[in-house]
Design a protein around this ligand. Sequence first.
Ligand code: ISL
Ligand code: CA
Length: 561
Amino acid sequence: MVHEWWKEAIIYQIYPRSFKDSNGDGIGDLPGILEKLDYLASLGVDLIWLNPVYSSPNDDNGYDISNYEDIMLEFGTMADFDVLLQGLHQRGMKLLMDLVVNHTSDEHPWFVASRSSRDNPYRDFYHWWPAEKGTPPPRFSFFDPNADAWAFDEHTQAWYLHYFSRKQPDLNWENPTVREAVYNMMRFWFDKGVDGFRMDVISFISKETPLAPIPPEELAAKYYNDWSYYYSHGPRLHEYLKEMHQRALKDYNIVTMAEAPGIRAEEALLFVHSDREELHMLYHFEGMNLGYTATGFKRPDPSGYALTAFKQVYSKWDGVFAKAGWGTIYLGNHDQPRMTSRWGNDAPEYRQVSAKMLITFLLSMRATPIFYAGDELGMTNIRFNTIDDYRDIETHMMYRYLQNRHEDVAAFLEDMKTSARDNGRTPFQWDHTPHAGFTTGTPWLKVNENFPLLNQADQEKDPASVLQFFRILLRLRKSQPALIYGDYTLLDPDHAQVYAYTRILNQDGFLVVMNFSKQQVVYELPLAVKEQPLINNYPAMLRVEKTLTLQPYQALIFSVP
Ligand code: ISL
Ligand code: CA
C-alpha cells in the first residue's frame, strides 16, 4: 500500500490576497508568499492549500476563473508560481491548489464563445434555457440579489444557470467535452509538480437534466442549507468523480480534498472510501452551521452555540471514518469568521487562552487538521460598521437582497460582525509597522486595528505566545501516533462546558480536557492521571487530583494510563 502521508499532514491554508504584498499595490501576491517560506517551514506544517491564483476578473476573489492555466495578474506570473512551488518542495512542504470547476468566469473564453450564438460549438459547455420554453424552473443563487440562479442573456434570448454570481456561470458536466477539458487542465498542474487539489463545491457539479420544477410547497421552505443539500445530490456526481479518478488522478502521487457542502455523514464514505476510487478526503459543513439560526443567511443565534451539539457533530464525524476513509477538521477558513471569535472568546483577557484551546482541539482529533493563516496567532474578527467596508460579494449580495425586500439591513449588518466572510480575510498581521507589515500601500481590505498587540513578530519573541504554543503542540502530534491514529472516545457527552476525550493506540495514549467556557469549572476527571499534563495553556502548575478546577478556556493533555 502507498504511504498515506496526507493522514499525518497538517494543512495550512493561505488566502493569497491577504497574506503578504510584495509590491505595494495593497494586494497580497505570490512573491509575497515566497518571502515567507521560511516562516511556513518554521511552523512545521506540511501541505499548503492556496486559494485560487488563476486569471480572474475577481468578482469572487479568484473563484471566477477566466484562464485555468495562467496566474492572476495581481498575484504575479507563472515564473513566480514555479519558483514558489520549488521553494516549498525544497523545504519539504507540498502544495494543494484550488480546483474550481463547477463554474467559470463569464469572461472565460468558453463562456464568451458559448453566449455568442446558439449554434456555437461551446454552447453546450454551460446550462442554457431558451426563452421559447418559458420561464426556467426556479433555482437559488447564493450570490444574486434576487436569489435567482438564472440570468437572462438578451443576445441569444436564453437564460444561463449560475449557482453563485452572474459572473460565475455553471459548467455543463453532462457534456463529455467539458469533462475532458477539466481533466486535461488538472494534468497540466500535476505535470508541473503540484501535489493535489482542494475541490471547490465539487458536490454541485452534477445537475439533473432536464432541470425539473420543484413543488411550490417544497420551494417555499428551502433556505440556504437546503439548497446546498439539493445541489449536492445530482444523479451523476459519483460517476463523474470515478471518471476523474481514472482520467486525471490515479497516475499521480497526489492528494484530493472535496469541499462538500450539503453532504451528510452517512454519505461521506461514498467520496473517500478507497475501494470506490474517487477522492481522499473531504470537509463537511455540519460544524459550520452551528450557532446560526436555521433559516436565512448566516444569521447568528443570539445565544451562541451549544457545546453539547458541537461535541456531537465532531464525535459523529470521527465515527464516520473509524474503519475506512479519513477525515479533516477545521474551525474557520476564507468563507468563515475567525475561529477564535466564533468558537472561543476574543475579549482581551480570553483571546490567547481560547485560541490555544482551539488549537489543542484541532491538533488532538483523529483527522487531518486544516489551519487557516492567522489561526496560529489567534487572529480575530474585524467587525466592520458599514457595508462600504466590506469587499465580499456574498455580504454585498445578501445586503441588496434584504434591501430589495425592505428588510432590516441594520440588524443584518450587526449580524455580519459575527458571521461575514471578510472577518476571516483581513490581512495577515506580521508586525507593528503600518498596516501590520502586510503592505507599504493601501490594503485592499482594512487591517484589524488590534495588530499592535497581535502580530507574528511579537509572538515570535514571546515563549508564551499562541504561535509558540501552536509549534509545541504540532511537534507533539507529529511525534505521537496515538494523537494521529488513536481511537477517539468522547467522555461526559452531556457536560455543557467541558469537552473531554481520550485518544488511545495500543493501550496507551492521551486524555484531552478543555473548558469551553469563560467560567471556572470544577471538573471530576473521568480517569485517573498521575502526572502534570504534557500540554497546559495556563502557566501555573496544576494540582493533579481527581477533581480539577479548570480555568476559563483551559486546555490540558495528559498521558494515560
Ligand atoms: O456553504 C454554503 C451554504 O451552506 C455556500 O455558501 C457555498 O457552498 C460555499 O460558500 C461554497 O464556497 C466555495 O465556493 C464559492 C466561493 O465563493 C467560496 O469562497 C468557496 O470556498 C464559489 O466558488
Ligand atoms: Ca501585490
